[in-house]
Design a protein around this ligand. Structure first.
Ligand code: SAH
Ligand code: SF4
Ligand code: F3S
Length: 440
């Protein structure tokens, strides 16, 4: 019905949103639309938004504003805004007022109604703004997957943790786990196609998977059940919370070749005073204890983390404690963010907000420390043999392969099957690029 019509989806924020854009695309494909990267060519433009930091919101508002001249040239263009940013009712009102050319506004909880919204708008040409407050788990949402050999699979929605800086619990609602059988069926349907080699399980806090289901299913059991599926593939997952990462999960990871040995364990700060104000519910000592357990049970583990610097009242000593933690753990990579006050969150009301230039100095200092450490970690990989996935053939006939932790290695003198797993010996590091050869 919509032959020759095209859509363009702009996705901001985390992997959850990347995957939800695959669901938005599913509704559009179902209606005959095809994908374009060019907003000028599109009949439907969708902004799938993020509000984790103010800078994200500002960028998105600028990009929505930039659609105005496109809409002027093509008055039939449908513009939709959805996701975490528009889930905030004040922000949805603001978008409607500031950008009258936006036709459809909805939030995170009613993404499953996107198809209805499109149909309704096409029939009536009346603007739609519909923000739902309840988390709805809908197993019948179409999907048009666009992440190559990686299949994203939601295992749960929402977050109950209310870290004092974070807006996610307000825009994603309380934790709701999907039923284990629904998850396993979805994973199996992906693996059966032979196209998907990495399955990434998604949730804001995957370690509390199942707690709301009342039975005896846990994240460790779910991981184990998925790892038992008889296909060649790897399982990744994000995100883990240090207060909930239990020994049984560490053991399952250690015991299963199919489970990735890369663990993202956001700590946010190395100061107990700040962790307490953040409502993270663990101490630095507890975190290090978990890290040490992981390292002893999974010797080849690759660890990554998130940090927030310049949280209200963070002193120079607090910040130095964070730097020391980074050195002590020896991460393979980190993300470091300047604290951004979010409307409605407790930390936004706290005294002693840190000036922007100080936050900027601290974030750069932390990243400089990590740069040295991760360079050293990469250097230490030389001589290792790693099981990698063949990511693509390069123009010069060499291959790009990816390690378990996502590092790229260039491999020549071989004929490799794209998206297969191969063992690679890492030979050298030149200008930050690893080179290797196939071993049998
Ligand atoms: N559920 C995940 C991801 C949360 S958002 C988790 O708990 O780890 C990803 C990262 O954004 C967080 O780990 C945190 O480091 C950062 N973040 C969240 N709120 C922020 C804020 N208000 N300002 C700056 N960074 C923030
Ligand atoms: Fe935000 Fe904390 Fe929940 Fe992560 S665990 S989404 S940081 S409230
Ligand atoms: Fe952003 Fe929402 Fe993810 S706020 S980080 S897109 S859960």
């Amino acid at each position: 019905m919509n032959e020759n019509k095209k859509y363009c989806i702009l996705t901001y924020g985390c992997q959850m949103n990347v995957h939800e854009s695959e669901k938005l695309a599913g509704f559009l494909q179902e209606r005959g639309y095809t994908e374009t990267q060019e907003q000028n060519q599109a009949d439907v433009i969708v902004f799938n938004t993020c509000c984790i930091r103010k800078s994200a919101e500002e960028k998105i508002l600028g990009n929505i504003g930039a659609v105005k001249p496109i809409k002027k040239k093509n008055p039939n263009l449908i513009v939709a805004v959805c996701g975490c940013m528009s889930q905030q009712t004040d922000m949805a009102d603001y978008i409607q007022k500031t950008f009258p050319f936006v036709n459809i506004i909805f939030g995170t909880h009613n993404l499953n109604k996107f198809g209805n919204f499109l149909d309704e708008y096409e029939q009536t040409h009346k603007k739609i703004k519909d923000i739902e407050q309840q988390v709805i788990v809908d197993e019948n949402v179409p999907m048009y997957r666009t992440s190559g050999y990686n299949g994203w699979v939601n295992i749960m929605y929402g977050c109950n943790n209310f870290c004092t800086y974070c807006i996610v619990p307000y825009v994603r609602g309380r934790e709701v786990s999907r039923r284990p059988q629904d998850i396993i069926d979805e994973v199996e349907s992906l693996l059966k196609t032979g196209k998907y080699k990495i399955i990434t399980l998604l949730g804001q806090n995957v370690n509390s998977y199942g707690k709301d289901l009342g039975g005896d299913i846990t994240f460790a059991k779910l991981l184990k059940q998925i790892a038992e599926l008889p296909y060649e593939f790897k399982i990744k997952f994000m995100t883990s919370h240090p207060k909930d990462l239990t020994d049984d999960v560490i053991d399952v990871i250690a015991e299963n070749d199919k489970i990735s040995k890369t663990i993202h364990l956001p700590v946010q700060s190395g100061s107990n005073a700040i962790l307490k104000k953040m409502n993270r519910n663990y101490t630095v000592e507890h975190y290090l204890n978990v890290i040490d357990k992981i390292k002893s049970k999974i010797p080849n583990v690759s660890l990554t983390s998130d940090f927030i610097v310049g949280f209200p009242s963070e002193t120079q000593e607090d910040f130095e404690a964070t730097c020391n933690l980074v050195k002590r753990v020896g991460y393979n990579g980190i993300f470091a963010f300047m604290y951004s006050p979010r409307p409605g969150t407790p930390a936004a009301q706290m005294q002693d907000q840190i000036p922007l230039d100080e936050k900027n100095k601290r974030v750069n200092a932390l990243l400089a420390i990590e740069k040295q450490i991760s360079h050293q970690k990469t250097n230490e990989m030389i001589g290792n043999i790693e099981n990698c996935i063949v990511d693509k053939v390069l123009d010069d006939g060499n291959y790009l392969v990816k390690t378990d932790s996502g590092k790229t290695i260039i491999v020549g003198n071989a004929i490799l099957e794209p998206y297969s797993f191969v063992n690679i010996k890492i030979d050298k590091l030149i200008d930050n690029q690893l080179y290797g050869t196939v071993v049998n």
